[in-house]
Design a binder for this molecule. Structure first.
Ligand code: ATP
Ligand code: MG
Ligand code: MG
Ligand code: MG
Length: 561
């Protein structure tokens, strides 16, 4: 590719509103341009990087025998009404009406769409295990789109869905996906920590987030220096009640006795493993020590003491109702409604429970389905942080370090929520109808690119990881009207292009301009053709090298490989 023909509008200065380094780099380098808030055009350079990432994903999904397909963006509201998510999904959903007044939406995720196809087209256990995926633009009307591609309102996601006849099949599918995700991130040069992000009443290891440490990260993870331990410190930002399995939740519909002031005691009382105890403590009455747990399938009017509540129900509950639930004057749900905000109890019991439940240093005890500032006060959480930083992790007993990080992927064992609500049954070996068991898997592809930049910044630009670099080799000709330089540059361009993606800077620009732009392109290898072209000598440099090295063109192969 000749740079004179390549559309790469670079800028000296980043726009004033850009905060994240990756955002600045992508704007300055002419990778992307904002069209409207959280919505971007991918210019040729940005699109090349995106395509490379998609290519890696396609290869790794092929490798685990998961076929690619594509779903529509425009979806009927009816699909989401079936699952019950049309209302519950909330303000992040882009809704619209067609000319006949029919309600539609732009897909923020595709559990319903895939479940529907499976409901209609999969009949027998013999067709499973099966998994499918797509790489597709998603729409979410984020409250605060920001940081460039990190939080867009329109972004590219890899989303996959698995369908199984048995739990064992699901477990295997989940592991396959997890391993494929690890390979994808590794090849894309993004360092990630898979963090158990246990969701609600499911308990156990049902959901894993892939967290990429970065300065701009909106999440916080706790790691040790050896990388043998990682946990999500921050509470989940979204309420994933729909990703829980009602079946499992039912077992927890018991009353916690006043003696259950630790998770261990409660688990014993309920006769379930500690890992099954919900991470969503919305309420602890200090006089009764009652845990109110979240589940997705009960109405507020059925609620009794210790009953398991849906997060939304809790949010809508009145003070009177909550009093009835808990039988306590003093207690309350965390700041669900403004006037409840100051009623949260912060006695020793609560603190102990925080330590037990949240325990950033306990693999299975990350908070989920609870929001900082909404369910708990900030200063309580701050205490917890300081209490845990530097403390030994439970694996190798090394001091914990807290790092901000970016959620680049999230994988879930969904169970049968969607398939039961949407009627996706299959016939088992005995000819009995059973709900299909699902998993869902997602990577924010465009977010992952920002994470890659965040992790590979250089002084003046970026050092793209090899497999997602827009170009593998950048040839820079210092003087465009020098015949020897032109001859050598054109020869190298021709030879190297057979094997690599080559960008050849044939522009009539000053060397300073060319080098500045090259820093922004961030190709793993830069070859500069200058004064010694006639002797067959060029300069080579990797973005992370401090200085360029002179090398004879015959030796170039060794350097390039
Ligand atoms: P977040 O907590 O950052 O809002 P999420 O938990 O809502 O993300 P998921 O529903 O788990 O996101 O979607 C799967 C993946 O899609 C996420 O792990 C993330 O990488 C990506 N993603 C989600 N929202 C956005 C967004 N607004 N812009 C870019 N990527 C996103
Ligand atoms: Mg999240
Ligand atoms: Mg979100
Ligand atoms: Mg998530």
């Amino acid at each position: 590719m000749r740079q004179s023909k390549f559309f790469m509008p670079t800028l000296k200065e980043a726009p004033a509103d850009a905060v994240a380094e990756s955002h600045k780099l992508m704007i300055r380098g002419g990778y992307i341009r904002q069209v409207t808030a959280g919505v971007y055009a991918y210019l040729p350079l940005g699109y090349r990087v995106l395509r490379k990432a998609e290519n890696i994903i396609e290869q790794e999904m092929d490798r685990i025998n998961v076929p690619e397909m594509i779903m529509p963006h425009l979806l009927p509201a009816t699909l989401w009404q079936e699952s019950g998510r049309y209302k519950k999904y909330g303000a992040e959903m882009f809704k619209l009406k067609d000319r006949h007044g029919r309600e539609s939406l732009l897909g923020p995720t595709h559990e319903e769409t895939f479940t529907e196809i499976i409901a209609k087209n999969l009949k027998s256990y013999k067709q499973m295990p099966l998994a499918l995926y797509q790489i597709q633009t998603k729409f979410r009307d984020e409250n605060r789109p920001r940081f460039g591609l990190l939080r867009g309102r329109e972004f590219v996601m890899l989303d996959g869905y698995s369908f199984a006849a048995t739990r064992d099949q699901l477990d295997k599918q989940f592991d396959d996906q997890k391993n494929a995700y690890k390979r994808i991130f590794k090849r894309a040069g993004v360092t990630v920590h898979p963090v158990i992000a246990d969701s609600g009443t499911m308990g156990g290891k049902n959901s894993t987030e892939f967290q990429a440490p970065a300065a701009i990260g909106e999440d916080t993870i706790a790691t040790n220096e050896k990388g043998t331990y990682a946990a999500n410190l921050e509470m989940a930002k979204s309420i994933d009640t729909f990703k829980q399995e009602p079946e499992d939740a039912k077992e927890l519909t018991k009353v916690a006795t006043p003696d259950c002031d630790t998770i261990e005691k409660l688990a014993k009382f309920l006769n379930v493993p500690t890992t099954r105890i919900v991470k969503s403590i919305l309420y602890i009455a200090d006089d009764q020590k009652v845990l109110v747990l979240i589940r997705g399938d009960k109405q507020i009017n059925e609620v009794k003491l210790g009953h398991v509540l849906d997060a939304d129900e809790v949010r809508e509950a009145t003070a009177e109702e909550l009093k009835e639930i808990t039988g306590s004057e003093k207690g309350g749900v965390g700041p669900v409604k403004a006037d409840w905000a100051d009623k949260i109890v912060a006695d020793e019991t609560v603190k102990n429970l925080y330590n037990v439940v949240v325990g950033a240093n306990e693999t299975d005890y990350q908070f989920q389905n609870a929001n900082l500032d909404r369910d708990f006060k900030v200063d309580e959480f701050a205490d917890l942080r300081t209490a845990n930083e530097g403390e030994p992790d439970p694996v190798d007993h090394l001091p914990l370090k807290f790092t901000t990080s970016i959620e680049v992927g999230h994988i879930f064992k969904l169970g049968t929520y969607y398939t039961t609500t949407m009627g996706a049954d299959f016939l088992d070996q005995n000819g009995k109808a059973q709900p299909v068991i699902m998993g869902s898997y997602g990577i924010g592809v465009t977010r992952m690119l920002s994470a890659a930049v965040e992790q590979h910044l250089t002084e003046h630009g970026v050092a793209w990881p090899k497999e997602i670099a827009p170009f593998a080799i950048h040839i820079i000709q210092m003087k465009i009207n020098n015949d020897e330089q032109t001859a050598l540059a054109e020869k190298l361009e021709k030879d190297l292009s057979a094997k690599y993606d080559v960008l050849y800077d044939d522009r009539k620009e000053r060397p300073g301009v060319k080098f500045n732009d090259a820093d922004l392109v961030g190709a793993p290898i830069r070859i500069t053709i200058g004064r010694k072209a006639a002797d067959g000598i060029v300069e080579v440099k990797r973005p992370t090298d401090e200085k360029a090295t002179e090398i004879s063109v015959d030796k170039l192969d060794e350097f390039v490989n």
